[in-house]
Design a protein around this ligand. Structure first.
Ligand code: PMP
Length: 366
């Protein structure tokens, strides 16, 4: 009675919550270091916390179903009308909406090996076929992804930077790819450009992807407030696309998908340039600390453009367990086809040091 394609889904493996580890190993939650879900170690911006508390004064009413105030901030920032913006319950929601609107049994989606796990889940949940294109190194092979498009392809997912690998395709490559896909397939193939980690890019690598949204009517750019903006627990993301696609996403969207607290906090966070700068700088320094530590431990790692690093530790499940016993939560990525690797989120300087200390001990005496 249940469709085979639903039975075939392997559920998403989230980072272990602190409380769960504390219960399992009898540890003090206060001493646990969680570097498992690419969250912002600075916490939420104080400005957003205040806005959220203010908005909490009346939660008896439904949220604004169209997120007018939040969309106004985004519309101004990107210089687009509101009907180019879709709000999501995290950017995850937007990936699901694209799949819901565009995929059905008999169609397929294309994405890269080691790409963000939700592309597979969202595709499978629609009973569509997924075409996984072998990675080039650990990054996307855009030429091969283009070549993999079939007459049934309706969606193509590109994560830039990608999670869990942290790889990044420069602007020229993405631009050439978008041009090629659009020129060959037009609106028949929609490209979702997932930029969850874009705020962590060094300034010289950043680019204004909204220019591409203006140029290509088959493009959806997604971003999130979960990472650099520190609002993962509130669940808010947004997508930019031309009105035709925005309209499709809105047809399948839950009317109140972004709650009142999330809308208020997001408005404040988006205006908090100081917090964003601090998050970027701390992440950059922490990434260097981890890179240096991995180099001195002779561990292979993938240079990362996000707020996490993928490191090859060998028996990742044993190393992960030993780290858990020491109160350190990182992320095994065997489910992503990387059984020898762990993904480690950049934390506060103190958390990075505790992780490095624990990893050094574990590797010396497994
Ligand atoms: N895209 C990528 C590449 C991600 O890594 C994540 C977070 N794991 C998301 C989208 C979704 O994040 P959120 O739903 O919190 O916006």
């Amino acid at each position: 009675l249940v469709p085979d394609y639903v039975l075939g889904i392997a559920p998403y493996q989230a980072g272990k919550p602190i409380e769960e580890l504390a219960r399992e190993f009898g540890l003090d939650p206060a001493g646990i270091v969680k570097l498992a879900s690419n969250e912002n170690p600075l916490g939420m911006p104080p400005s957003a916390k205040q806005a959220m508390m203010d908005a909490a004064a009346n939660l008896a009413r439904y949220p604004d179903p169209n997120g007018f105030d939040l969309k106004s901030v985004l519309a101004k920032r990107y210089d687009v009308p509101q009907n180019w913006i879709t709000l999501g319950n995290g950017s995850n929601d937007l990936l699901e909406l694209a799949s819901l609107a565009l995929l059905s049994p008999g169609t397929d989606s294309v994405y890269a090996q080691y790409a963000f796990a939700v592309y597979r889940l969202a595709t499978q949940a629609r009973g569509a076929r997924h075409i996984v294109v072998p990675a080039s190194g650990y990054g996307h092979d855009l030429d091969a992804m283009f070549a993999a498009i079939t007459p049934q392809t309706r969606l193509l997912f590109v994560a830039n930077p990608n999670n869990p690998t942290g790889t990044f395709q420069p602007a020229e490559e993405i631009a050439a790819f978008l041009e090629r896909v659009y020129k060959t397939h037009g609106d028949r193939v929609t490209v979702v450009l997932d930029e969850a980690y874009t705020e962590y890019l060094d300034p010289e690598l950043r680019f204004d992807s909204t220019q591409w949204v203006r140029q290509y009517s088959n493009l959806i750019v997604t971003r999130t407030l979960s990472k650099a903006y520190g609002l993962a627990g509130l669940r808010v993301g947004y997508a930019l696309s031309q009105p035709r696609l925005t309209d499709l996403l809105n047809r399948v969207r839950q009317p109140f998908n972004v709650n009142t607290l999330a809308q208020a906090a997001a408005i404040a966070a988006l205006s908090d340039a100081d917090f964003l700068r601090q998050a970027y700088e701390m992440n950059k320094a922490g990434k260097q600390t981890l890179a240096d530590a991995f180099a001195s431990l002779n561990l292979e790692f993938v240079p990362s453009y996000g707020n996490f690093v993928l490191v090859r530790v060998g028996d990742a499940s044993a190393v992960n367990l030993a780290l858990l016993k020491r109160g350190i939560i990182v992320r095994p990525v065997a489910g992503d086809g990387l059984p020898e690797w762990l993904r480690v989120t950049i934390g506060l300087p103190k958390e990075n040091d505790l992780f490095i200390q624990a990893l050094t001990q574990v590797l010396a005496a497994p």
